[in-house]
Write a protein that binds this ligand. Structure first.
Ligand code: GLU
Length: 317
């Protein structure tokens, strides 16, 4: 019976695809740690893509990865079809600056998504009241492959510190940073993430923690010097004990792909999200303030031609 059902399903699928004249095509989006916002963002995009599977024959899945740098590298290597990357990492990849050795010439923009603020979360008993107090402390800087790591390095150099000035510069993944804080193995961690999110909510629930402002002349210099950082605020009222907005810097999450990915695939993905934007926005609270217009901002690499085709059609370009 089971075999019959399976055979029937396979036949129905094959007929459906034959009718639409396409072979099934699988695409993967590289995201981030499972407790972050990238992972559910990839899931939300795929959900909308998969709704239209009968029309376009594309099946989308989101993969948990190390984050922005990993995603850009693997999109370029054609190991991933799409990846989510911080706008600063995206800029660095296109301009060929650290941590990239050269311009990633096949990098293409698709659209931008939610804003991400740089947060420095510390234990309340760590003796850290302001950014410069992290000298001599145990701070998680982000895992290799994350976008958090290069941004945290920029923040450190903005206040004339190097990782050697810390008692420990941790390389844990975002999914591990809460336990390290709770177990008092770390005094604090940097993270670049959208708000609100469940991972950070859980950490504030289970540890007495503080959110430290990223402000001062060093940070002002950073924003003045680089086009991809802006002054911003992590909103208050989202995490236990953080009642007021906390000043910091921000970037944007962006969706990237390679020029080698089919125009039809990129077109189908962009159309799936933009033609159902209200549903997309309902899939994560960090998407609350998104507008179609904003989602064309904050991009550095040229738009992929499949995205251009949709944006022209929709009158967005
Ligand atoms: N911005 C982080 C990174 O690129 C990931 C944030 C998330 O997982 O939501 O490493």
């Amino acid at each position: 019976m089971k075999h019959l059902v399976a055979a029937g399903l396979a036949l129905a699928l094959a007929l459906g695809l034959a009718q639409s004249g396409q072979a099934a095509q699988f695409i993967t989006i590289g995201t981030g740690g499972v407790t972050g916002v990238y992972y559910p963002t990839g899931g939300a995009i795929c959900r909308l893509v998969n709704k239209g599977r009968a029309q376009h024959g594309i099946r989308c899945s989101a993969e948990s990865t190390g984050g922005s740098v990993h995603n850009v590298q693997n999109v370029i290597a054609r190991e991933l079809d799409f990846g989510i990357a911080q706008s600063d990492v995206h800029w660095k990849a296109w301009n060929g600056t650290e941590p990239f050795a050269a311009r990633q010439a096949t990098l293409r923009s698709v659209f931008s998504i939610h804003p991400e603020t740089a947060i420095l979360v510390v234990r309340a008993d760590a003796g850290i009241r302001q950014l410069t107090d992290i000298r001599g402390k145990r701070i998680n800087m982000g895992n290799p492959g994350s976008g958090t790591l290069p941004t945290a390095q920029d923040v450190l150099s903005a206040i004339d510190l190097t990782p050697d000035d810390l008692a420990l510069a941790g390389g844990l993944k975002s999914a591990e940073q809460g336990d390290a804080l709770r177990d008092n193995k770390h005094d604090g961690f940097f993270f670049l993430v959208g708000h609100p999110n469940g991972g950070i909510k859980d950490i504030f629930f289970s540890v007495d923690a503080r959110l430290i402002p990223l402000v001062g002349p060093g940070i002002d210099n950073l924003v003045a010097r680089y086009p991809y950082y802006v002054h911003a605020k992590t909103p208050g009222g989202l995490y236990r004990g953080v009642d007021r907005d906390v000043a910091t810097i921000a970037v944007k999450a962006t969706l990237v792909t390679s020029s080698e990915v089919d125009e039809a695939v990129v077109y189908a993905l962009v159309k799936a999200v933009f033609s159902d934007l209200e549903e997309f926005k309902a899939l994560h609270p960090a998407f609350r303030d998104l507008t179609a217009k904003d989602m064309l901002q904050g991009l550095t690499a040229p738009l992929h031609k499949g995205a251009v085709r949709y944006f022209r059609e929709a009158g967005l370009m």
